[in-house]
Write a protein that binds this ligand. Structure first.
Ligand code: USQ
Length: 391
């Protein structure tokens, strides 16, 4: 299959490219390296050292004898989007090229608007380019479980049957996101659904949970590493907790720590995306995957990281429930459904305990790089303080 990955240089884009190449697909990609730049702007860096993109592809040509066709550019520019879709004529496009940080989107008006614009417009560009150039292509778009928020009822996969004042219908499940970033994904989902209704575009809208991990089975040596962020803006919960334990900083569940989210390993994320690509939707179908393995509260994960670290390294780890910088429920009901991928043959490989040991091993070797980031680990982006043009 010909697969185009938008955002091929990212945490998920790079391992997905490796997996698809291993499985014999023809892979092309686009990126404007904005994540590399934005992470440096907050005085941070990927903890795992990653080569430049050209070095990455040179290494692949040498080790796998496979080429990745690469296009440098910004997918929120419609000319660029039309150019790459016309040039590649892909069977499937995986759209991972959106601003992915909730805290970044909450820094201030500039970052909120940038996130809103780049994310929703890149998806609009993709929808139009596919309709006009290759209407049979499948769009697999990365959304987030955070679109649903944390309602006090079960969360279905995209749609639910509702009875109201004696009448019944099947409707999209109400969305209630918790950051400007998460709202952009809701807007994308609405736009994807509408494009599918009008033009019959084949679409998979992936509601993915929080991904953790340093490796997949295709990352067989350190020079194949994907990026790994741990600062308060670009790092995510479990990855940050592991890094905090490894360099002796407190592990930081925010507030009461009862916030519960779906989590999955990087390995499982790549397996699910690959399955979604290899088993595309029917012509005219819009489908939603809730993509995660297990749900955990952040407090539970903090305790697990502490337990594994202390056992494996015979050193103390400390948990500190710091004041919550976000506006979110800290204790709540959470029961999302995740059946579709499993019914298509997905078997999660993730084993939290083993995965944590592996992450800690990798991070321990790069402890010096984490030490350098000590100042950017504690939370400073306060949701309520997000404000105007001076930021
Ligand atoms: N949290 C802590 N301590 C920390 C960091 C985070 O308690 O040191 C808490 C947050 O308050 C939140 C939860 O952990 O309740 C998840 O936060 P996160 O930073 O791990 O993830 P989030 O901001 O939700 O975003 C991440 C990715 C995003 C993806 C999303 C999936 O950055 O791209 O869409 O996870 S989900 O969370 O399911 O929406």
């Amino acid at each position: 299959m010909k697969v185009l990955i938008l955002g091929i240089d990212g945490y998920i884009g790079w391992p997905l490219a490796l997996r698809l190449l291993e499985r014999g697909h023809s892979v092309s990609g686009a990126d404007n390296f904005i994540t590399r730049k934005r992470v440096k702007e907050v005085s941070s860096d990927s903890v795992l050292p990653i080569p430049s993109f050209s070095k990455r592809t040179e290494d692949l040509e040498r080790s796998m004898k496979r080429k990745v066709r690469f296009h440098r550019g910004d997918v929120s520019n419609p000319d660029f989007m039309y150019e790459i879709i016309s040039g590649e004529k892909p069977d499937a496009v995986v759209h991972l090229a959106e601003q992915r940080s909730a805290p970044y989107s909450m820094l201030g008006l500039k970052q909120a608007s940038e996130t809103m614009y780049k994310n929703t417009i890149s998806t609009m560009n993709l929808l139009y380019a596919i309709k006009d150039v290759t209407p049979e292509s499948h769009i697999l778009k990365l959304g987030t479980m955070g679109e649903y928020g944390t309602p006090n009822i079960d969360i279905p996969e995209g749609f639910f049957e509702i009875e109201f004042r004696g009448r019944k219908d099947t409707l999209p499940f109400p969305k209630n996101a918790g950051s400007w970033y998460h709202w952009t994904k809701v807007h994308d989902s609405n736009n994807l659904m509408f494009a599918n209704r009008v033009w019959g575009t084949r679409i998979t809208d992936v509601m993915q949970g929080v991904v953790y991990g340093t490796r997949t089975s295709d990352i067989t040596s350190d020079d194949r590493f994907t990026r790994f962020d741990i600062d308060e803006v670009w790092g995510t919960a479990l990855n940050r907790f592991c890094a905090q334990a490894v360099i002796g900083l407190p592990i930081t569940p925010y507030g009461k720590g009862g916030q519960t989210r779906g989590f999955l390993s990087l390995e499982d994320s790549i397996t699910c995306l690959t399955l979604g690509i290899e088993k595309p939707p029917e012509k005219g179908e819009y489908r939603v995957f809730n993509q995660f393995d297990q749900h955990y509260s952040v407090g539970e994960l903090a305790r697990k990281v502490k337990e594994v670290y202390e056992r494996e390294y015979s050193r103390k780890a400390v948990i500190e429930n710091v004041p919550n910088p976000r506006v979110e429920k800290e204790e709540h009901y959470y029961n999302p459904e995740s059946k579709k991928l499993r019914s298509m043959g997905y078997k999660p490989e993730g084993n939290l305990e083993k995965d944590l040991i592996r992450i800690m091993e990798d991070l321990n070797r790069y402890g010096g790089r984490i030490e350098k980031l000590k100042k950017v680990i504690m939370p400073r982006t306060i949701w309520k303080k997000s404000s105007g043009i001076t930021h």
